[in-house]
Design a protein around this ligand. Structure first.
Ligand code: ADP
Ligand code: MG
Length: 716
């Protein structure tokens, strides 16, 4: 009998190969599958008519009557092409399918079908290429909201949907509700069973909303409880006291005076770390827009640790960033008398061994005081004696469980400092960092210039190329960013689903990633053949990426064409121009992050957003970008424009799973009221039963612990 704990292989149609594909996205058991929520929904109920406006680059639903007999033909490259014409009241479109010859007998002239895809305009007519299709059977009308799952190679949409359906039918009615009934009723939340069914197979928008509200509540609520429940599992341990927090010498080595916000942050850090040993160690996040100067705050903390005879470890999300931090920090600390080492995956065994020795040694000839690296630092069994401080740059990949795992390494619990450049609206930060103290750097260093931002269309191409050339000739460097297939996924270095491309970009027989490569080659062999230009994309090996990035940092490459893999936080002060191609494909916060790559030095900097889209929201977004440079304002507008819970496919906004944070839905479904409700309830409960030890909270406790386990499992 199927239970929540059964392996997925017990589901019909899931054999060894498919189970392996599922395992790649972290689905091992039936319960994992149930909690594998769609990352978006297609709204096929929002039917458009064939028209210019529908050619806005996004997927839409069309209800069309087949007008001509479908014909299949064999193409030279051994593909088959099936074509026919279909109409609505307004116009007609040509429908095109590849390699599905059976479709020529599936579609019947005179019958109505619902199609879902991107309408395009050819010279003389409209084309709908490889859309999804459904027969409109009045007796069994298809669902309007169709879930879109994150896919991986070896998984098909149908397999996944069928498996989910089977599990829902078999288990959901029986699934015990993990939330205490009293809380559920008080907050007007639906049952878990209803929520699970409707998050996967929503009856309508309202049902989806209710389902999401409940699941978001759970995520945030469990998350907020996890900290107190878990801390009950470990012997309580005071932080290490760093009595000497005198920063005079450190500050004297800085080429600038700290801003007020930096000073406040540094004080908060020193206060946390200087507290008497009975209080828990520092657990602080520094949130500040790109370029606000978080690094120096982290360096100050590391300096204090070293001064007090403790080592610190700085972890960056990528090797490029780690190298950059090393290059910034090493000379500074050397002047102050401390040794800094770099530790990354690509290092030779001998160098590595030397660093490892330095981390446990007391011998001043080899002792290392600070180590900077990537995740490899914590996962490769690195031992570090007298570890007093852990700094993580970019919190996204560094979750609560990872912190827990880390602090269990030594006998003493190190202080933790997390730095985040993502301007997260306050509401979400409550859910993500409920257990962290927050320092906000809400002030930019003086003299920071505004990046002038323009939105242009293809008509400006020639002038744009001239502008690029001018920038390079004046000694600047240029980024050109192209969207990639699933930019969120590429950024997270996750698998890209072949099939997903087919759903979301049905018209592109060539995936856009290739288009980007091609575009880079065109530039290299064409207009910019005399300028050093390189290309960077998510599928390159880390070493290759690093080599290109380093060459750009060094100024050997003048134009860097890339998908959005350009690393968060990479600092190339000489870069003065950021060009974003297909800017309509990017969300506001993302455009802001991209723009943050330029304007970091003394050069006057520009950002040019190139888009041919007529989409209303796209235009709005680009206008906001032209008007404001404030990351928080942009984040709030982003939220306002999308609205909480608006995570429908299209509009180029992709739901991003914050895997490490254990917040699957909450990150995209930002609803202040739910967050606050969860926070209130968690507080109430923590007052009476902080570790959830009472009998009536046993099930809840289990759910909370399981949610923590899940995020730990993701890390290994
Ligand atoms: P981020 O917050 O994005 O990590 P950084 O710490 O990399 O920002 O700082 C961005 C740039 O600003 C760096 O070149 C740094 O030297 C400079 N900077 C930081 N603080 C100040 C300051 N108080 N005055 C002037 N420049 C500063
Ligand atoms: Mg930084």
């Amino acid at each position: 009998m199927l239970t929540l704990q059964s392996p997925v292989t017990e589901i019909n149609g899931i054999g060894k190969t498919r189970a392996e594909a599922l395992a790649r996205v972290g689905i091992h058991t039936v319960s994992d599958l149930l909690w594998y929520f769609p990352r978006a929904y297609q709204d096929r109920g929002d039917v458009r008519q064939i028209s210019m406006e529908a050619c806005d680059g996004f997927d839409h639903a069309f209800i069309l009557t087949v007008a001509t007999q479908p014909k299949s033909a064999r193409l030279k490259n051994r593909m088959t092409l099936t074509k026919f014409r279909a109409t609505d009241e307004t116009s007609s479109a040509e429908l095109v399918f590849f390699n599905q010859p059976y479709l020529s007998t599936y579609f019947k002239v005179g019958e109505e079908y619902r199609f879902y895809g991107k309408l395009q305009r050819a010279k003389t007519h409209y084309v709908l290429s490889s859309p999804a299709y459904e027969r409109l059977d009045p007796n069994a009308p298809p669902h309007d909201l169709v879930p879109v799952y994150r896919m991986t190679e070896g998984m098909t949409r149908k397999t996944l949907e069928n498996a989910v359906h089977e599990v829902i039918e078999a288990l959901v009615p029986l699934a015990p509700d993990t939330l205490p009934e009293s809380i559920r009723k008080r907050r007007g939340l639906c049952t878990l069973a209803y929520a699970l069914r409707n998050i996967h197979e929503p009856e309508d928008h309202t049902a989806l909303r209710r389902a999401a509200c409940r699941l978001v509540f759970d995520e945030v609520f469990y998350r907020l409880l996890a900290v107190s429940v878990c801390s009950g599992q470990r012997p309580r341990c005071g932080g290490i006291r760093f009595a000497d927090a005198e920063l005079g010498e450190f500050l004297a080595c800085q080429p600038f005076a700290l801003t007020g916000a930096q000073e406040r942050t540094v004080n908060e850090i020193c206060r946390d770390m200087g507290r008497d040993g009975d209080v828990p160690p520092m657990n602080r996040i520094v949130v500040g827009d790109v370029g606000s100067g978080k690094t120096v705050c982290a360096q100050a903390a590391m300096y204090v640790a070293a001064k007090n005879g403790y080592r610190s470890l700085l972890m960056a999300p990528t090797e490029i960033l780690a190298r950059q931090h090393f290059a910034d920090t090493e000379p500074l600390m050397r002047r102050l008398g401390y040794r800094v080492a770099l530790l990354c995956g690509s290092m030779k065994a001998r160098e590595r061994a030397e660093v490892l020795r330095g981390l446990v040694s007391d011998d001043s000839s080899e002792k290392i005081d600070m180590v900077i690296g990537t995740h490899a630092l914590i996962s490769d069994g690195v031992r570090c004696e007298r570890l007093g401080l852990i700094v993580a740059d970019e919190q996204h990949r560094f979750g609560v469980s990872q912190r827990a795992a880390l602090s269990e390494r030594g006998s003493e619990v190190p202080h933790t400092l997390v730095m985040s450049a993502t301007p997260i609206p306050r509401t979400l930060s409550l859910a993500m960092y409920g257990d962290l103290d927050v320092s906000r750097i809400d002030e930019m260093p003086p003299g920071r210039q505004r990046v002038d931002t323009f939105a242009v269309d293809e008509g400006y191409r020639a002038r744009l190329n001239a502008f690029i050339r001018k920038n390079v000739e004046e000694g600047g460097q240029v980024y050109i960013v192209c969207p990639s297939i699933e930019e969120a996924e590429v950024q997270d270095e996750e698998h890209e689903g072949r099939e997903l491309e087919g759903i979301l970009f049905p018209d592109e027989s060539k995936p856009p990633l290739k288009a980007a490569v091609k575009y880079a080659e065109e530039l290299k062999n064409g207009v910019f053949s005399d300028i050093p230009l390189a290309f960077l994309h998510g599928k390159m090996k880390p070493a290759e990426k690093d080599a290109v990035m380093l060459a750009f940092v060094r100024g050997e490459i003048k134009i860097l064409v890339s998908t959005t893999v350009i690393e968060v936080g990479v600092n190339v002060p000489n870069a003065s121009l950021m060009i974003v191609e297909n800017a309509e494909r990017f969300g506001l916060s993302q455009l802001h992050q991209l723009r943050g790559r330029v304007g970091r030095g003394s050069r006057k900097s520009y950002c040019v957003l190139v888009s041919d889209s007529d989409g209303e929201n796209a235009k709005k977004r680009l206008n906001i970008m032209k008007k404001t440079c404030d990351g928080y304002e942009i984040a709030e507008m982003d939220l306002a424009m999308r609205g909480p819970g608006d995570f429908f496919a299209g509009e180029g906004q992709k739901l991003r799973q914050h895997g490490d944070t254990g917040l699957r839905l909450a990150a995209s479904w930002q609803d202040v009221e739910i967050f606050e409700a969860a926070d209130e309830e968690a507080r109430l409960l923590k007052d009476v039963d902080p570790r959830l030890e009472s009998v009536e909270n046993a099930r809840l406790r289990e759910a909370v612990l399981k949610s923590v386990d899940t995020s730990i499992a993701k890390l290994n």
